[in-house]
Design a protein around this ligand. Structure first.
Ligand code: DLL
Length: 433
């Protein structure tokens, strides 16, 4: 069902006129109230009045994660703290966390967009949503929670962790929709199996998975193991949280960006020039309705492309393709660029291994060495050592053929790779230390 039929199916022309009006208002607001934006606009020799069409957005300077860090914690806020009712922060694994704020109206907008998103993903009034995204500073848990309530579904705020108890709850409460990271969903499936609970006996119809990159092959795996339809949801704290874009369950082919609230651009990561529809580059967002923490041309570092083709679901909002990785997650192994998701796609084709893997990069004698650790299925490990070595060689060869990179493949025992309760850690790069 389309939650917000008027806005989600609006003809392009009407949508673009709303975008322009909202963009101009946002630029004026940030110029008046956030010193950072006033300074960057001045340095670029522009004022908000110069932005007369949507195309003029390309003259507006970008905002980076470093800019947000430099203004830690609250200097990017465009309203007085009196008006901020909620604060979230990104995990900050790569340095100072980024802090984001919301007015009461922002929380309302976010809830509506998440209700739209859940609805596009197959949920509705009457559904029971098992929400295993983490509650806390991370936007996943509370973002989905408020959206589910706005939608009129019943939400179980189970959060991440305590996985055995989650299995019991899933069974006893009869949840019909699950929301979690794809890696945690696989872990839940694994624990359920250990406990003798089959997903086929559960009531799940839809899984709404995101917060980390995952592949088409992983979708097949999740749909098979969890016996549901899996859709991809995207978002980031800086832009709002979950619910910036989502796949419709009808097409499952690209994520509709809620364009009446966000302008998405794809730019060449090197030249920063905007790229046309269909070309792959870095995703950049400008928020159009946020009050407390507007973002202007925020460089997400996420790599994808945009698809303007009409969709079977009737939504007119442009679709972004699956995020294949982050530009800062891209590994350069002896000069060859590889994304973890590419390795994932190769591994998923090999039936003897499980979808649990980790990439470890070291530098030995000044050379990059990539080790792909992947779990072998229960049956595989009791097999002969010779068989395992052959399998390692076969995977090494496939990776080399398809991606052009040499990797040491190391088969490990089932469950040897640590399970995460939120975002999986796919890469351990020892070169930076
Ligand atoms: O991960 C928000 C979220 C919560 C999205 C729940 C979806 C579901 P952050 O912690 O700020 O916010 O991380 C944002 O995660 O820039 C991407 O690199 C990555 N990411 C999020 N969703 C996807 C996805 C939340 N569907 C960062 N596919 C983003 C690939 C994703 N990467």
């Amino acid at each position: 069902m389309i939650y917000d039929i008027e806005y989600e199916t609006m003809p392009r022309e009407a949508l673009e006129s709303i975008q322009l009006r909202r963009l101009q208002t946002t630029l004026q607001r940030v110029y008046a109230s956030v010193p950072f934006y006033r300074e960057t606009f001045k340095a670029a020799g522009i004022t908000p009045a110069d932005i007369k069409t949507l195309k003029d957005l390309k003259y507006v300077p970008f905002t980076t994660k470093q800019d947000l860090r430099d203004n830690y914690p609250f200097n990017m806020f465009a309203v007085p703290m009196d008006n901020v009712v909620r604060i979230h922060a990104s995990s900050g694994t790569t340095g100072q966390p980024t802090v984001v704020g919301y007015t009461a109206r922002d929380v309302g907008t976010w809830s509506t967009l998440m209700a739209r998103a859940l609805s596009a993903g197959g949920a509705g009034r009457g559904d029971i949503i098992h929400n295993a995204y983490g509650y806390g500073l991370f936007t996943g848990g509370l973002g989905v929670h408020y959206g589910a309530e706005r939608l009129g579904a019943s939400v179980i705020p189970v959060s991440g962790g305590n996985t055995k108890r989650q299995v019991v709850i899933m069974k006893d409460f009869g949840a019909t929709v699950i929301t979690s990271t794809p890696s945690y969903a696989l872990h839940l499936a694994e624990i359920a199996e250990d406990m003798g609970v089959s997903f086929a006996s559960l009531k799940f119809k839809f899984g709404i998975f995101g917060a980390e990159p995952w592949s088409e092959k992983m979708r097949e795996e999740l749909e098979r193991k969890l016996n549901l339809t899996a859709v991809d949801i995207y978002g980031l704290s800086e832009v709002m949280g979950p619910g910036v874009a989502i796949e419709c369950h009808e097409a499952k082919k690209g994520l509709h960006v809620f364009e009446d609230h966000f302008i998405a651009e794809i730019v060449d990561p090197k030249t920063l020039e905007p790229l046309p529809y269909g070309e792959t580059g870095e995703l950049v967002f400008t928020s159009l309705t946020k009050e407390a923490f507007p973002v202007i041309r925020y460089r997400t570092r996420d790599i994808t492309s945009l698809n303007p083709e009409p969709c079977v679901c009737g939504r007119t909002h442009v679709r972004m393709n699956r995020v294949t990785g982050r530009s800062d997650d891209m590994l350069i192994i002896r000069g060859v660029n590889v994304f973890p998701s590419q390795i994932e796609s190769v591994l998923m084709e090999i039936k003897e291994v499980e979808p649990h893997y980790q990439l470890v990069v070291d530098r030995e004698d000044n050379l990059d060495v990539l080790t792909v650790k992947v779990e072998v299925g229960e049956r595989g490990f009791s097999d002969e050592v010779k068989g395992l070595q052959q399998l390692e060689r076969r995977i090494t060869k496939t990776i080399k053929e398809l991606l052009g990179v040499s990797a040491n493949v190391k088969l490990v025992e089932p469950k040897a790779i640590e399970r995460s309760q939120g975002k999986a850690i796919r890469v351990v790069d020892n070169r930076q230390i």
